[in-house]
Design a protein around this ligand. Structure first.
Ligand SMILES: [Zn+2]
Length: 248
């Protein structure tokens, strides 16, 4: 077990050297793939731990999956920025933060992930322009526990806590939207104003590229006030998305 943990830690440490825009993109992609096999391997060992009735080990392997996922996403963020894809890079930045937060929650061995999270936050301030975030209010008729599938209010599991290598989440059922609000500190920073309508076209909020409207597009005063918003993201584990899909 100790040997395995040392191996995982050393792979993650090596990959962390590639979290810089100065590094070669091809080498960065290779590191992402190496960490992806770590995530896969940790998943297999998680299953073994469950078979051996070892919940602590199962949660430790979950933590490795999250921590490796966070490094993968930070590397992909830099690669995507070099590819002139700031919106996709932003999503990877948020995914990296989610991975670190989950690693912290998975096992006490990852408590130091908080420091990395602060480092990432300062990167956000430095490299991304200030953004406008939105928050969606909604009502859900049912709240189900992701671990036992019972009513969350009636079961013994706690949201965000790991159980046998899996996080407890609340699954909202029968949702009705309530309102959309601009907020400074959103629960999910993927929910933001993506583009705004200008007289000459639609402007991307990050790249500032203006895309002309299609022929026949009628622009009145009201549509000039409109913006395209990403209001909802369903992906709970974006840091586990394969690099092949994210970068190609
Ligand atoms: Zn439950």
């Amino acid at each position: 077990m100790k040997e395995l943990i040392d191996k995982y830690n050393s792979l993650i440490k090596t990959a962390e050297k590639y979290t810089s825009p100065a590094r070669d993109s091809q080498l960065q992609k290779e590191q992402c793939l190496i960490l992806e096999s770590l995530v896969h391997n940790a998943g297999l060992n998680k299953q073994k731990a469950i078979e051996f009735q070892d919940e602590d080990a199962a949660n430790l392997f979950l933590g490795f999956q999250c921590a490796a996922g966070a490094v993968i996403c930070e590397i992909r963020m830099w690669v995507l920025l070099k590819m002139n894809k700031p919106n996709e890079a932003w999503d990877q930045y948020i995914a990296a933060r989610m991975g670190l937060r989950d690693a912290c929650r998975a096992h006490e061995g990852f408590k130091h992930s908080g420091e990395n999270s602060m480092r990432l936050e300062s990167i956000e301030q430095l490299i991304f322009p200030k953004q406008i975030f939105v928050s969606v209010g909604f009502k859900a008729k049912k709240q189900i526990c992701s671990i036992c599938n019972l009513k969350y209010s009636a079961c013994e599991h706690l949201r965000h806590k790991p159980y046998w290598g899996e996080f407890c989440d609340i699954i909202h059922k029968e949702i009705t939207g309530d309102h959309l609000a601009l907020v400074e500190f959103p629960a999910d920073k993927r929910c933001r104003v993506v583009s705004v309508n200008l007289p000459e076209g639609r402007q991307d909020k990050l790249s500032l590229i203006v895309e002309p409207y299609e022929a026949g597009h009628v622009l009145d005063d009201e549509s000039l006030l409109m913006a395209e918003v990403t209001a909802w993201s369903n992906d709970r584990y974006p840091y586990l998305r394969p690099t092949k899909i994210v970068l190609d």
